[in-house]
Design a protein around this ligand. Structure first.
Ligand SMILES: C/C=C/C(=O)SCCNC(=O)CCNC(=O)[C@H](O)C(C)(C)COP(=O)(O)OP(=O)(O)OC[C@H]1O[C@@H](n2cnc3c(N)ncnc32)[C@H](O)[C@@H]1OP(=O)(O)O
Length: 259
């Protein structure tokens, strides 16, 4: 499919999605949000992709939602813009295939929210994170008020959102907002290595694990355990479960087929 503001590249069952609007530090406008929506539908249906890496072109991951576009919005338009971003990010979060955010620079406002919708965040040592919205007269609007407390805890999330503080990658890692910080020149290698490690595992088992974790954290423990039981059981209907266990018992490498 054709995209104006995204670049998609596939390699070894990994799809790299790059937001390509560097002249505005990859600020998210309506066109980019709609293209992300379309791209993630395409990737979800692509039998050749098991893992996704999401990053930004140039010196920024995403410096937020497009302030110029938002500056002229009235209440109803603002609400609809928030709903669009929230829906696209939820699609990314719930997509069966794991998504790694390769945070190469600014991840502010909608950019931090986009990174949080991904499963795993690996950051360049140069990356900066924050929810600066209250300094613009708005709240976070692409689900940051919901995902940040779940990732870093209530007190830290409130501090970051109320003060609009911008923090460095190391601090983001210390508080649990990112998984790992690497030197800028190592970022894509590191993300690709992790993506390939995941892609070498049984794809359906990885997808069921993602579903169990995602649905489990949104419910109580007993319901979460029931969800896990169901998905664990489904694994035994796959040929990859037979292959994985047979390979272990015969002391050989498994060859997963994704079914
Ligand atoms: C629901 C979600 C809501 C939100 O996300 S609200 C937005 C939250 N984000 C922010 O508040 C960050 C806004 N951007 C900045 O504060 C600064 O940028 C940076 C600190 C990230 C970088 O500063 P520097 O290195 O001096 O670059 P530069 O000259 O400010 O930016 C280069 C070009 O990028 C445009 N740009 C940057 N961020 C945005 C944005 N979020 N929306 C629209 N445009 C943006 C600028 O205006 C400029 O453009 P030009 O060269 O034409 O002057």
């Amino acid at each position: 499919m054709e995209y104006q503001k995204l670049m998609l590249e596939k390699q070894d069952r990994v799809c790299l999605v790059k937001i390509n609007h560097p002249e505005a530090l990859n600020a998210l406008n309506t066109v980019i949000l709609q293209e992300l929506d379309r791209a993630f539908d395409e990737i979800a249906a692509d039998p050749e992709t098991d893992v996704v890496i999401l990053t930004g072109e140039g010196r920024s991951f995403v410096a937020g939602a497009d302030i110029a576009e938002m500056s002229v919005m009235k209440a109803e338009e603002g609400r609809r813009f928030g709903e669009l971003g929230a829906a696209v990010f939820r699609k990314i979060e719930l997509m069966a295939k794991p998504v790694i955010a390769a945070v190469n620079g600014f991840a502010l406002g909608g950019g931090c929210e986009l990174a949080m919708a991904c499963d795993i965040r690996i950051a360049s040592a140069k990356a900066k994170f924050g929810q600066p919205e209250v300094g613009l007269g708005i709240t976070p609007g692409f689900s940051g008020t919901q995902r940040l407390p779940r990732l870093v805890g209530l007190g830290k999330a409130k501090e970051l959102i109320y003060t609009a503080a911008v923090i460095h990658a190391e601090e983001a890692c210390r508080i649990g907002l990112v998984n790992k910080v690497v030197e800028p020149e190592e970022l894509m290698n590191e993300c690709m290595a992790m993506a390939k490690t995941i892609a070498a595992k049984a794809p359906l088992a990885v997808r069921y694990a993602k579903e169990a974790i995602n649905r489990g954290v949104e419910t109580d423990m007993d319901t979460g355990i029931v969800i896990e039981n169901g998905l664990f059981g489904l694994c035994f209907a796959t040929t990859d479960q037979k292959e994985g266990m047979e390979a272990f018992l015969w002391k050989r490498k498994p060859e997963f087929k994704g079914n």
